[in-house]
Design a protein around this ligand. Structure first.
Ligand SMILES: CC(=O)[C@@H](O)[C@H](O)COP(=O)(O)O
Length: 268
């Protein structure tokens, strides 16, 4: 039995957060969300308009999923833009949960650390539950925590690249230095093995979109990611072996059928 993901006072059985863009059809999006087991979905006010009650099939399907909505500020380039879009999203989607994106560079869609901290501080003051999409910079993450964010979402790689965990040193540093903070790897994950790796490293969850939506069979890929994320979490909880530089025989030798820990006193 896996432990639950706890963020902003809520508990979730799934550690897979999924995006709602780029699917071949609304029906495939809906089935992919269901099969993923995700309980949190991110969506953008710029794509969905729940005010148009008739004909907005995508929005209806997302609502019917029963998932916690996580509106995002995708495409915002300044703190002011992000705060304005966040306020509109809160009103329309009726949630104060927010995936905060403030993009600083068009080439790699890299978050702007300065705009991010400025927007996060303002949004926390306004009562939002902010999940910032950030780089893997430790000091930026500390500033976001100082601003009142309770969860951080460092990137694995730039959005839509499928490159996986590009900077493992920085990610490991974040995990080590912020042991109590829920850390969700967001963006750049291209394969289930990469998601499993993030979970094995002790990250709390994974958010992704493109790798599922653009798969040849998104529903099957959603299932593959679900299994990989669960497997990675189970492995982390079970305790991975420490990598060794030199070989040690795993085939039992005579009189040593089981792994034996030396008695610390006798060394036998
Ligand atoms: C949907 C969303 O919020 C993306 O901005 C997110 O970061 C996922 O990135 P990938 O599409 O690379 O999985």
């Amino acid at each position: 039995m896996q432990d639950k993901l706890k963020i902003y006072g809520r508990e979730f059985s799934s550690r897979f957060l999924i995006g709602t863009a780029l699917y071949p059809s609304p029906a495939i999006m809906s089935e992919s969300i269901a099969v993923s087991g995700a309980e949190i979905v991110t969506l953008s006010l710029r794509r969905q308009n729940p005010a148009q009650h008739e004909g907005n099939l995508v929005w209806d399907l997302i609502r019917q999923s029963g998932c916690q909505l996580l509106p995002n500020t995708a495409g915002c380039k300044t703190a002011r833009e992000a705060v304005n879009l966040a306020e509109m999203s809160r009103e329309i989607f009726r949630t104060d949960w927010l995936k905060l994106e403030v993009i600083g560079d068009d080439y790699n869609l890299q978050p702007d650390p300065f705009g991010l901290v400025e927007a996060a501080a303002e949004l926390v003051k306004r009562g939002f539950r902010v999940l910032p999409y950030c780089t893997d910079d430790l000091v930026l993450c500390q500033r976001l925590l100082d601003a009142g964010c309770e969860v951080l979402m460092p990137w694995g790689a730039p959005i839509g690249t499928g490159q996986g965990l590009l900077n493992k040193y920085s990610l490991e540093t974040l995990r080590t230095r912020l042991p109590q903070v829920p850390l969700i790897i967001d963006a750049g994950i291209g394969a289930p093995s990469q998601a499993a790796e993030a979970m094995e490293m002790g990250f709390d969850a994974v958010l992704l979109n493109t790798a599922v939506a653009k798969a040849h069979d998104p529903v099957a890929m959603a299932r593959a990611f679900r299994l990989a994320i669960d497997a990675g979490r189970s492995a982390y909880q079970a305790g991975l072996m420490v990598r060794q530089q030199t070989a040690s025989p795993s085939t039992p030798t005579l009189d040593m059928p089981f792994w034996h820990q030396a008695d610390p006193l006798t060394q036998e």
